[in-house]
Design a protein. Structure first.
Length: 303
């Protein structure tokens, strides 16, 4: 079984169709179809159930998918070890991340690492928090950094802590000089927040219910960067982690105001690796730098 065939097979298994895999890999659909047909002929089995709305892996396909992921990870490890003969002069690091870390913390960590090791290349995938875990578990990312509300056994968690959500406002906002505010005070101002299916919104809405209040956001967006111009140009307030906007706060473009509530406004932060995965040397070095840029881990939650 050739490596390209396994890659194409996994892409179809992941996306559910040859057309979607073709778009993702930038490979002709006919080439992907041919490779899958070759695999089925070689193994003398059906790897996918063809359905009107896509393709679903068969029981035999499930077995092959597990083997293929392990094989590709081992192949990448060998390639990385060969590159490491040159120290940190070359390498490729794939990071899956929730958007809150992609706005500021992660790009800054990469820029700092690049200044020391300019030969290392990076790829960032910005995904919903649960998908970050899935991508890491499948071996499609070397490192995952995400918000988490519950424990997971799909991956190895090497860093685990919690952070408070804060109110972000323009420097001239009426609340900007306050040491803290009560969650009920937010009702007097337009609120900008992520949509209902996000960890930030789940935590915030739970805290509002504990206070017996309901706050309907003026602006919701699944892209956090869409919230910040609204906050800068209005008397609005956004609720998110201060880690997402460290640079704008340091430059005085935004201010962080702690929010007091009966229910916790804390969310978990996890840095995740594929289970039993030995990272290439470059990825391990970057991992240490990334963790150093995060708040201190809670007891027992550090690598």
């Amino acid at each position: 079984m050739q490596m390209s065939g396994l890659r194409y097979f996994l892409a179809v298994a992941r996306t559910g169709s040859i057309a979607a895999a073709s778009a993702q890999l930038n490979v002709a659909a006919s080439a992907i179809s041919r490779q899958i047909a070759n695999l089925e002929a070689e193994l003398d089995c059906v790897l996918f159930e063809r359905r009107p709305r896509g393709m679903v892996v068969s029981p035999a396909g499930e077995l092959l998918a597990r083997h293929a992921r392990q094989t590709l990870v081992r192949a990448e490890q060998v390639a990385a070890e060969i590159q490491e003969l040159q120290g940190l002069a070359r390498g490729f690091i794939r990071v899956a991340t929730a958007e809150g870390f992609a706005l500021d913390l992660l790009p800054n960590a990469i820029a700092e690492f690049h200044a020391r090791y300019p030969g290392i290349r990076f790829e960032i995938q910005v995904l919903p928090p649960a998908q970050v875990t899935q991508v890491v578990a499948a071996g499609d990312a070397d490192i995952g950094i995400t918000f988490a509300l519950a424990p997971t056994n799909l991956v190895t968690v090497i860093y685990d802590t919690t952070v408070e959500m804060v109110a972000l406002a323009a420097p001239d906002h009426p609340l900007a000089g306050r040491a803290s505010i009560g969650i009920g005070e937010l009702q007097a101002y337009p609120i900008a927040m992520p949509p209902l299916d996000t960890t930030a919104r789940l935590v915030f809405d739970t805290a509002c219910r504990a206070e017996g209040i309901a706050i309907e956001p003026t602006l919701t967006s699944n892209i956090l960067t869409a919230l910040l111009p609204f906050v800068r140009r209005t008397k609005g307030i956004a609720l998110m982690s201060a880690l997402s906007v460290q640079t704008p706060v340091r430059l005085g473009e935004l201010v962080c105001i702690p929010v007091q509530s009966q229910a916790s406004l804390r969310r978990g932060i996890q840095v995740q690796l594929m289970r039993d995965r030995k990272l290439p040397h470059a990825a391990e070095a970057f991992l240490r730098q990334l963790i150093a840029a995060l708040p201190p881990a809670e007891a027992g939650g550090a690598w």
